[in-house]
Design a protein. Sequence first.
Length: 260
Amino acid sequence: MVEPHYPPITWAQHELRSGKVSSASHRPRFRIMAGALLLLVVLGLALLGFWQLDRADQKQQMLDAVAQVLALRRPVAMGQVLDRTSGHFAWAVVSGHFEMPLIFLDNQHYQGRSGVRLYAPLAVPGENTRLLVDLGWLPWPAGRVLPNVQLPEGPLTLSGLLAPPPSVGLRVGEIAQVGQAPMLLTRLDPEELGAHGDVLYAARVLRLDPASPFGYARNLDVLPNTLPPERHRGYAVQWFALAAALFFLMLWQHRHKKDA
């Protein structure tokens, strides 16, 4: 009886076979990890879409509140005007006189141009809290020197929209001590101004009525340097579309592999 002869398995062939087995055993794990990662990406895209919708709702509520205030134009009491915590929109009629310092807020846009927005503290008789009045936008003069402005002297009565100051955004550096000299700032925070000076400031600013006979270029747009609600909704649709496209691509690839 002749015994069968088996060719010897070389070391290289053994390594090749074991490598194939090892590679095949790792494929399911890799596919699971890749699928989980793609699902996380889909979830992230969907969350970005919901965030955009939330921002759109917040800004729409803001615009609706302002529209209601402007339709009624019912002045609130002086205690509410000078409140140091409130952030609601309201209409105000205030009597007082301007004080120093003049405050120029940089990086402000108006009709596609960049410049500064001028704020002046209004002192109300018998009150220790000052109200910052938004007097409007000015372009930068040549050489980027502060604009030369003249304010009315003596008592006067102003009307306008009480609104939160422009968003502070990223805080970079400390503001200088508040004195009598004009100030150029990159953020406007009434509480911070009060901490660096001798007087306190109301939490809201008075957006001067465009019908007022003095002041500079201005309107009562509460979203001058940011996206309107419809833009946020448009971005939300884009994020949702990306999430849906990636999700259906994953389903198609999974079914294609399963059929194969």
